[in-house]
Write a new protein. Structure first.
Length: 628
């Protein structure tokens, strides 16, 4: 029996160190108004024992963390008792009802919240009611979202509006970040779950715009809100949903696909949106004809739903323009398209042309002087920077013949939220001396003021980027850990890359040869369990005799629709501190083995033998021989 016990403890000691880090699958609601406090429900995995959280930026903090216990199935009598108590609380009578016979209560299930219903808030009571009245469907449950915690988040009045990153930490380490907004507008939240014994709440009414709506789409659900709008006024409704969970591994399509529409006071649909160009999150722009209460509806395009289908709708007066998010090729000289079209370009030193295909069917043609044998490269940055342009590049020789035409150019790494890589990259060795033409058109022959681009022309250059596949590494104090990195090599670069940073956290190491993956060694210098630490990791390489140094991009890897891996860059890389479970569990078997040793010590015949003069030294030897 003792051997069996020791074996079980040893097995636990081996298993515990590999326990997964905390995982936050969603936050609801997804934001807070500056100068206020909000209760946020977090769903995820390995959330037991959460000690706190960190939010990027200033002026926002987590004041309290409350774990949501698991709710077991309850027998009928216990179900009726809990419902009766909750009904009393709802009617202003929080007193605990009398318990039935002890024989019955002995069979009741245990849950720490069920014994203190009169001390719980509205959110906690709503979660209990949902567990009691909603039948659990194993096919619709997501294991990675089952555990929950509640966060009380406070934002200062002067907290800067914008998007933040929120991480949770426990004795198992720190989680990957989730997006969380700070706004200067009033927030309106869809009603919590309503038990059958309660009156169905009225539709949430937004009294004035600007405002922000928070919601969560469950299976087959359509959320409705009443919004009071002015007459003859332009409005923009910006929905953020898919961005909170850009890629879902077990869904097709592999992301939330929200739809938004608005109905006027007469019951007529006046606006509808299901995307913003190539982005799944819709933006709805319209002008109200008359003043009154409009009905706003949000749903998934396929009527799907689950806990992490959370969203927010920012409603503002006026027409918000489409925004280009990126700025590729920032290190090169930039030439406006009008100037570039009027002269023959010299590309001995790479340059970038910035322009717009402003009209349907538009095309931009640029001339450059090339020489035979030159390794010419033309790279377009449009979709990767947020432009709706799906560009096509065509290279034309001095004699007018088409050398090469390129549409999409796939890359080894999918970096960012974009589902398809549509930016073309043209690489070719020029066959002769002369003046060449590079032509840019749209694949769909469309254009507009939003169809902006940057086109890099020049000799093909070697370069690299390094991405982590996790934005955190959880390590025991005074221990070491590893995180995998992906290396993106371009222009034929196959040289060594040195990784370094703060020596306490990042020992210097080298990625040799043309490796595209590497296991990076990291340290946790803390002596005891400590607060998560943000660190910066650098990568440096020698390219054609010059040192090229850049930051390693912190990112998390996600799978989309069972098939495609994507790296999502985040703001910072975090070293999390985790408890040394192996050492903690080792202490337990020592005490467990000592406990049965007490009777063994009592059976030694030392006491009667102690009365004899020479015996005390020899008597311990007899029990020792008996043990063998």
């Amino acid at each position: 029996m003792m051997k069996k016990y020791i074996f079980m403890v040893a097995a636990v000691a081996v298993a515990l160190p590999v326990l997964a880090a905390p995982y936050a699958g969603y936050l609801y609601p997804t934001g807070v108004k500056a100068g206020s406090t909000v209760r946020v429900l977090v769903g995820g995995q390995t959330l037991r024992g959460i000690r706190g959280g960190i939010i990027s930026g200033k002026g926002v903090r987590i004041k309290k963390v409350m774990a949501v216990p698991g709710f077991p199935n309850v027998p009928g009598t216990q179900h009726r008792y809990l419902v009766k108590w909750m009904q009393g609380i709802e009617n202003g009578n929080p007193a605990k009802p009398p318990l039935p016979d002890e024989k019955i209560t002995n069979e009741w299930r245990k849950c720490e919240w069920w014994d203190k219903l009169d001390r719980l808030g509205a959110l906690e009571l709503s979660l209990i009611a949902q567990s009691l009245f909603v039948r659990r469907n194993a096919l619709q449950q997501t294991p990675s979202l089952r555990q929950m915690v509640i966060l009380d988040i406070e934002a200062d009045a002067n907290a800067a509006p914008g998007v933040r990153e929120l991480r949770l930490y426990s004795s198992l380490g720190v989680s990957a970040p989730k997006l969380f907004f700070v706004d200067k507008y009033e927030h309106y939240q869809e009603p919590m779950y309503t038990a059958p014994y309660k009156k169905k709440p009225d539709t949430v009414q937004v009294k004035s715009v600007p405002a922000v709506i928070d919601g969560q789409i469950m299976p087959g659900e359509t959320d409705s809100f009443i919004v009071n709008l002015k007459a003859d006024t332009a409005y923009t409704f910006i929905l953020t949903g898919r961005r909170f969970q850009p890629f879902i591994g077990d869904a097709v399509p592999g992301h939330f696909q929200p739809v938004i529409r608005i109905i006027d006071p007469e019951g007529k649909e006046v606006a509808f949106a299901d995307d913003e160009y190539f982005l799944p999150d819709p933006v709805m722009r319209f002008k109200s004809r008359k003043a009154g209460d409009y009905l706003l509806q949000v749903r998934d395009n396929l009527y799907r739903g689950r806990q992490d289908f959370v969203y927010r709708v920012a409603m503002v007066p006026g027409t918000e323009k489409y925004k280009i998010s990126g700025h590729s090729f920032a290190k090169y000289d930039e030439v406006p398209e009008k100037e570039a079209r009027m002269r023959i370009l010299y590309i001995g030193r790479p340059l970038v042309i910035s322009g717009t295909l402003a009209n349907d069917g538009a095309r931009d043609v640029f001339r450059f002087k090339g020489t035979r044998g030159m390794k010419f490269a033309a790279h377009l940055a449009a979709r990767r920077d947020g432009s709706p342009l799906d560009g096509v590049l065509t290279l034309i020789a001095p004699d007018g013949k088409v050398i090469k035409r390129v549409d999409d150019t796939a890359k080894e790494l999918n970096v960012g939220e974009i589902l398809q890589q549509t930016d073309p990259e043209l690489n070719v060795t020029l066959p002769q001396d002369g003046v060449y033409k590079i032509e840019l058109t749209s694949l769909n022959r469309d254009g507009g003021r939003d169809h902006r681009y940057r086109l890099r022309l020049g000799v093909e250059e070697m370069d690299f980027n390094v991405y982590t596949v996790r934005s955190m590494c959880n390590i025991v104090p005074r221990g070491s850990g590893r995180v995998n990195v992906k290396i993106e090599r371009t222009g034929g670069f196959k040289g060594d890359i040195r990784i370094f940073g703060d020596r306490r956290f990042v020992p210097s190491q080298t990625i040799t040869g043309d490796k595209k993956e590497f296991s990076l060694l990291l340290n946790n210098p803390a002596k005891v369990f400590t607060f998560p630490q943000n660190i910066v990791i650098y990568a440096e390489a020698d390219i054609n005799g010059r040192k090229v140094r850049k930051k390693v991009v912190p990112a998390d890897i996600f799978n989309q629709a069972f098939a495609y891996d994507h790296l999502l860059p985040v703001r910072s890389f975090c070293i999390g501190s985790r408890r040394n479970w192996r050492r903690a569990v080792k202490k337990k078997p020592e005490t467990a083995v000592k406990a049965p040793a007490k009777p063994a010590a009592a059976k030694t015949p030392a006491k009667p033998a102690a009365a004899k003069a020479p015996a005390p030294v020899k008597t311990p030897a007899k029990p020792a021989a008996a043990k063998k």
